[in-house]
Every structure is written in C-alpha cells, then in structure tokens.
Design a protein around this ligand. Structure first.
Ligand code: SF4
Length: 323
C-alpha cells in the first residue's frame, strides 16, 4: 500500500515564560492510502499538536523544531504558506471537536461548503458550488438539504453542525482527513452516526483518515491501526486488533483496563495511578516511570521504540528486544 503521509522524528516545542514544553518529542508514523489511523492518548499527550504540525499550523510560542512531514511525496516543511494553503482544505482537511468554532456564524451552512470548493477551484462558480453543497448534504443525510444550505450555524443542532463541517471537509475529495476528537462534543447517539458517516465517506472517496481521540471505543470502531502517545512520545503502535489483544506497554494496558474491552472479558475496570507529567519538568528516562507499577532502575534510561512482533512496536524495557 502507498504511504500518503510520512512523519519522521517530529518535534514541536512551546517556549513559555516558565520553560520549554516539549509537546511532541520525536514522533514518527505513517498513514497509508485509504486507511484509518488513530492517535490515542490522554489530554496533553501531544496528539492534537502532532495533527496541527502536519500542515505547519503551529503558532508562537510553539515552534516545529525539527522533523520531516512528507505528504504524497511532498516535503511539507519546505512549503511556503501560500503553497500550504492550497493543500489545506483541498488535499488535507480537518474536522475539529467543536463544530460551532469551525463555522462562521455570519455565513450560511451552504456557503461554508461552496466557499471551500470555489477557493480551491477558481473556475467553479458559486451557484454551481452551492448545487454541489446540496448534493453533499443529501449524501450525509442532512434532511431537506435545499433549505438547510440557507441555514445559519445557530439554526442547526450540534450534530447537524458537525455534518456541515464534514461536508466542508470532503467537498474537495481530500486524500487525508484529520479528525481531531470529532465526536467529543456530541451526544452519544449522534457520535455513533458521525462515526458511521466518516466510515462511509472514507469507503466512498478512498480518503485516509487520521483520527485523534482519547476514546478507545472509537479506535476499535473506526481505525485499522493505532498509535498510543504519552507525554509527547509514541509508546506503542500496532494494528488495532493486535493492540487490543496483545498490548505491550504498561500505559496501553492501563488505558485498556480502564475501559470495557470489546475483544476481552474483563471483571474489573482499573485506573492508572497519578497524572500526566508536567511537560516542562519531564521525568528522566521513561516518561511513564512515575506512574508505572513495573518501573525499575533501568527505566531511568529512555527505552527505544522497537518492533516486538510483526508491525507492532512498543517502547518499554519490559518488551522483548528493547534497548
Ligand atoms: S520502561 Fe519501565 S517505567 Fe517505562 S513503561 Fe516500561 S517498565 Fe514502566
């Protein structure tokens, strides 16, 4: 399978008055054409910063310190802002957690979609783009699409707003959709509908999806592969089924034991003791060490991410072959 996205040793630091926050610290992964890849982890682990850095959307005091991002063979880090804006909204699109923040209250739902189409395809007239918006609304099951394109965001429910955001995101047939917690702000029943919709659109347009979530249920539901992040680092990466069946890293095991597991019977849900580290004063060695029940003196040295079985990587001294 062809790689649509390759991220290599990405580092994003925030230079604050209190010190340097190493939010993303040497993250590498790839997304293949047509696949759904998940980045999972607790709040503050660096997953959203990673997603934004893919199209260089990091604002001061943040800075992409080093790393390479290849999208369809194009070196994103070498592109100018005007070149990047042609890729954003066209080949790479974003769906964010809060649809209200993503939609401009002064413009109608249809205008959001039509404007995205015309800004990347100058030869398409707005009237034609609005027709495409109606088709898209119908496709993603927005009732009465002819009327809804004239609705303003405040006239739509949360789920309906997120559908408009999704219609905008797929309006130019993107190669990669980055969905950052797309269902977190929605009711549970609407969440399921939005996930079904994303799966359907992925199948229809053969777009790859990079899903950012803290919810392992979403990982199991949507993703082919999953990457677990902790305190700015990748701690485990595997095919979703393998990760659920055979997690190696104690943090991954802790996450899985904290939620009902669709692949395993568990008698009792557990919690991970402690909380995520202060990202300015990161623990020496393995960053999970202060919370890890298996920590030993060896863990004061940082373990590498090594392949522990076919296409399954983990970064822990307990995993076979770790160095
Ligand atoms: S390297 Fe050590 S501290 Fe880190 S997860 Fe493994 S056992 Fe725990």
């Amino acid at each position: 399978m062809k790689k649509i996205l390759e991220v290599e040793d990405l580092r994003v630091y925030f230079y604050t008055y209190n010190g340097v926050v190493r939010a993303v610290d040497g993250v590498s992964f790839e997304v293949y054409e047509g696949e759904a890849m998940c980045i999972v982890g607790e709040t503050g682990c660096g997953k959203s910063v990673t997603a934004r850095a893919i199209t260089k959307m990091i604002r001061p005091p943040g800075r992409i310190v080093s790393g390479k991002v290849l999208f369809n063979g194009i070196d994103i880090m070498k592109l100018r802002e005007d070149e990047l804006s042609k890729i954003r909204g066209q080949d790479i699109t974003y769906i964010y957690q809060d649809p209200s923040a993503a939609l401009d209250p002064l413009y109608t739902a249809g205008y959001h979609v039509a404007e995205t189409i015309t800004s990347h395809n100058k030869w398409i007239k707005i009237r034609e783009a609005l027709k495409r918006a109606i088709e898209l609304f119908r496709e993603i099951l927005i009732p009465d699409p002819e009327a809804r394109i004239k609705s303003y965001p405040h006239e739509l429910s949360g789920g309906m707003k997120q559908r408009v955001v999704i219609a905008t995101a797929v309006s130019n047939f993107p190669k990669l959709i980055i969905a950052d917690e797309p269902t977190t702000a929605l009711d549970v029943t609407i969440q399921a509908q939005i996930l079904d919709l994303l799966k359907e659109l992925r199948r229809k347009y053969n777009s790859s999806i990079l899903m950012i979530t803290h919810n392992l249920g979403i990982v199991a539901e949507v993703c082919d592969r999953v990457m677990v992040m902790y305190a700015g680092k990748v701690v485990e990466k595997a095919y979703t089924e393998r990760l659920f069946e055979n997690p190696f890293h104690p943090y991954t095991r802790g996450l899985l034991n904290a939620v009902p597991n669709p692949y395993k019977k568990v008698t009792r849900l557990e919690t991970i003791p402690g909380s995520v580290p202060d990202m300015i004063n990161i623990p020496e060695g393995c960053r999970f060490r202060p919370r890890c029940p298996y920590a030993t003196n060896r863990c004061f040295k940082e373990p590498d991410l090594v392949e522990v079985e076919d296409n399954h990587y983990a970064s822990c001294w307990l995993t076979p072959g770790c160095k």
